[in-house]
Design a protein around this ligand. Structure first.
Ligand code: BGC
Length: 749
């Protein structure tokens, strides 16, 4: 903990902090800010009024790798952070330290929740909120105060190394899930940090890449999840991104941090820098950066290695000495300093840090938390193909299963980097299947191919030939083969992009060989990014996408395979046939450290569906073990008055019936098509979804409210959202390419 009288950097300024602090009157026990009964803003004001300039200046940078600065004299606590967003991760230092299995400091274990893209595939906002709750509880149990998540960056390119962390390609879906996660975390009195603001959509040169994005695209695609986090969830902190946006580093972009975030959206919390993304003092503070991370000795040691600078990181610009010097020179006003500190204090008061510090010593990985992780992993599995009803497997009829693949016997819970949680326990697909299959079914295992780069001895041509033969033999002998393929943290993670959309070396050949040996083959994808499937898909009868399913992934997979749970997940991203088909192809990773988002608003299905490019599997798609019938679409215009305030909008209702024999959930999707607009608009845009649980034979009425915002586009001329009067088409369906019902609504003006 940094003490106000013991930091050496202040020697650089005339006033020593010790003297300043010593000159202060002692703080009375009944000081206003100390009482939880005092209104929040008064607490902030009272406390701020008692602080010296020096004390304020210490608060603008971290005191360590994962702690903000405390001011002991006044009882201001440090905010103790932990990485996320997919569970609580060790706070011992940078990923290079905490990734190491042998490092005792890294041995914090917690529930490993499914990757963000898997949670997005559930389309279950209630469940994501429960995940936020559970993570909040674990943060407190471990004595921390803040979780660095959710990640809501849009999956623009199939090769982004962090696609697995966020909620997919659609801004509306990302916004809904981001809000749910934040509400869950904040409900526990734990501080989330929605990240990375903004346009962190590739890892290639992530500290230097300059994303050039037009204003309409920013507002329609890359900002909405942050806007919703602020306006709806009232998020307490926002983390700026590493990259530059239209020529300016996000960490010192006054337009982004102040004009958009703080003024336009009304953000009252604090902006925190991504780790090592500051490059100046006054310009950064004046742009609206409130807290630089990391700080203290760890940061200085890290910078001293030279590695961060070589990679393009910057740090150590908001240290007290530099901030005070800038204040003295008039480059940072006292008012600005007060503004930064008030924001930090406001979040500390609001989250309850002053009144209920998190002592730690609690339990993690409780049965309840594990149940949330399991539910997420199960609901997130997407059934992409199921020819001849191969699935679900009937444990009473089959006698043997061959479980094959480099991701079969190892639990690949998540992608690499700061989100990778170390679970206490995890279930690999093979373990899950064995446990579920029971004594009557023989489960054999073959590696089939080593994971590329994991074990050099398995990567030779000879070793591959042997492994492939073993796998084909095992498949041939079994009633059913399950091949689990995908990537692992060294091939998919933070800090680098995935090299190719193709599966790692030898996995295509493995699938083809297993399918040849046994036509009853189920292929399971265990990866966060889309993969090329053209080499084997035609011969694949059954295909599941389990993403990275967290610690319970293997158990969830077994439940879906055997029909204990019914698949209800739907794709939160389009799966292209080839990378060349995806909208960002040709505009990635950029040249000379500049990437132009030339595809504009045509991201994901907005591109595929408008330009009629056939994907491997469309956005919103997912099969089930039952069938659903959609009927009776009605659109009713509604005007309501609450006193003098008039709200006007349309209510869309329809019926959904489970026409099969199994209880199952259906995700109903609502898209809006604007056919009369003066400007170019996508074929349609997602503006509503509902996950509906339906018993076999049951019918439910589903309702959506369509307001003006759902009909609007961003007008750069008007600098505002515009909905053009006229007829809009409302489309309801089971995927972006499976529209079952259509209706119209009229917008008068
Ligand atoms: C990542 C952030 C993470 C931070 C702290 C950065 O490299 O981009 O997402 O929260 O490190 O570990």
């Amino acid at each position: 903990m940094r003490r106000v009288d013991c930091f050496p950097v202040l020697f650089a300024v005339a006033l020593s902090c010790t003297l300043a602090a010593a000159g202060q009157a002692p703080v009375p026990a009944n000081a206003l800010y100390k009482s939880a009964a005092t209104p929040l803003e008064e607490r902030v004001k009272d406390l701020l009024g008692r602080m010296t300039t020096e004390e304020k200046a210490t608060m603008l940078s971290g005191s360590g790798w994962m702690e903000s600065a405390a001011v002991e004299r006044l009882g201001i606590p440090a905010i103790k952070m932990a990485d996320g967003p997919l569970g609580v991760r060790s706070w011992a230092g940078s990923s290079s330290i905490t990734n190491s299995v042998n490092n005792p400091a890294a041995k914090v274990t917690a529930t490993s929740f499914p990757s963000g893209v898997a949670m997005a595939a559930t389309w279950d906002t209630e469940l994501v909120k429960q995940e936020g709750d559970a993570i909040g509880q674990e943060v407190k149990a471990l004595g921390r105060d803040m979780i660095l998540g959710p990640t809501v960056n849009i999956n623009r390119v199939p090769l982004w190394g962090r696609n697995f962390e966020g909620y997919g390609e659609d801004p509306y879906l990302s916004a809904r899930l981001g809000v749910a996660y934040i509400e869950g975390v904040q409900g526990e009195g734990v501080i989330p940090s929605v990240k990375h603001f903004d346009a962190n959509n590739e890892e290639f040169e992530r500290h230097r890449i300059d994303a050039h994005i037009d204003e309409r695209t920013l507002n329609e695609i890359y900002l909405p999840a942050f806007k919703a986090a602020v306006e709806e969830a009232h998020v307490w902190t926002v983390m700026s991104a590493y990259n530059l946006l239209n020529g300016v580093h996000c960490g010192e972009d006054a337009w982004l941090l102040t004009d958009v975030l703080k003024k336009q959206y009304g953000f009252k919390g604090l902006v925190i820098s991504d780790w090592g993304s500051t490059y100046s003092t006054a310009p950064t503070v004046n742009a609206g950066m409130d807290l630089e991370m990391p700080g203290g000795e760890r940061m200085r040691n890290w910078m001293a290695t030279g590695q961060p600078t070589a990679a393009g990181n910057g740090a150590g610009w908001l240290t007290a000495d530099k901030v005070l010097a800038a204040v003295k020179a008039g480059e940072i006003s006292e008012a600005r300093l007060d503004e930064n500190v008030s924001r930090i204090l406001r979040v500390e008061f609001e989250s309850g840090l002053f009144d209920h510090p998190h002592a730690g010593g609690g339990k993690v990985d409780t049965p309840e938390e594990r149940a949330v992780a399991l539910k997420g992993a199960t609901e997130g599995i997407v059934l992409l193909k199921n020819e001849g009803g191969l699935l679900p497997l009937d444990a009473g009829k089959i006698h043997s299963i061959a479980v094959i693949g480099p991701n079969a016997a190892v639990a690949r819970t998540g992608g690499g980097g700061s989100s990778l949680v170390r679970p206490k326990q995890s279930v690999a697909p093979l373990d899950g299947i064995k446990e579920r299959a029971g004594a009557g079914v023989t489960v054999s295992y073959a590696l089939g191919v080593g994971m590329e780069g994991e074990n050099a001895a398995q990567d030779t041509a000879e070793a591959r030939a042997v492994l492939l033969k073993e796998a084909a033999d095992a498949a041939a002998k079994a009633d059913v083969a399950v091949v689990v393929v995908g990537r692992y943290p060294k091939l998919e993670g933070e800090g680098f992009d995935v090299k190719t959309m193709d599966l790692p070396a030898g996995q295509d050949e493995l699938i083809a060989a297993v399918e040849k040996a046994n036509p009853r083959t189920v292929v399971v994808l265990n990866t966060g990014d889309p993969v090329t499937m053209t080499r084997w898909l035609d011969g694949t009868p059954a295909l599941l996408d389990m993403w990275y399913g967290g610690q319970e992934g293997g158990k969830a997979l077994a439940a879906i395979l055997f029909g204990d749970a019914n698949p209800s997940g739907k794709l939160p991203v389009t799966l292209p046939k080839r990378f060349e088909d995806s909208p960002a192809f040709g505009h990635y990773p950029g040249e000379n450290l500049r990437v132009d988002y030339a595809e504009g608003i045509y991201v994901g299905y907005r591109y595929f569906d408008t330009k009629n490019v056939e994907p491997a599997f469309p956005f919103g798609f997912g099969l089930s073990y039952t069938t659903f019938e959609y009927s009776d679409l009605k659109v009713v215009h509604r005007i309501e008055f609450a006193g003098a305030v008039k709200t006007e909008g349309d209510v869309v209702t329809l019926k959904v019936k489970n026409t099969g024999t199994r209880d199952e959930a259906e995700v109903v999707e609502l898209y809006v098509h604007d056919g009369h607009s003066k400007i170019d608009r996508p074929a349609h845009e997602l503006k509503g979804f509902k996950r509906v649980e339906l018993k076999a034979g049951e019918t439910k009425t589903v309702q959506f409210d369509v307001d003006r915002a759902a009909l609007s586009y961003w007008s750069p001329e008007k600098k505002d959202w515009v909905a053009e009067p006229g007829t809009f088409e409302v489309q309801v369906g089971a995927s972006s390419r499976d529209i079952r019902l259509k209706g119209t609504l009229e917008l008068k003006q």
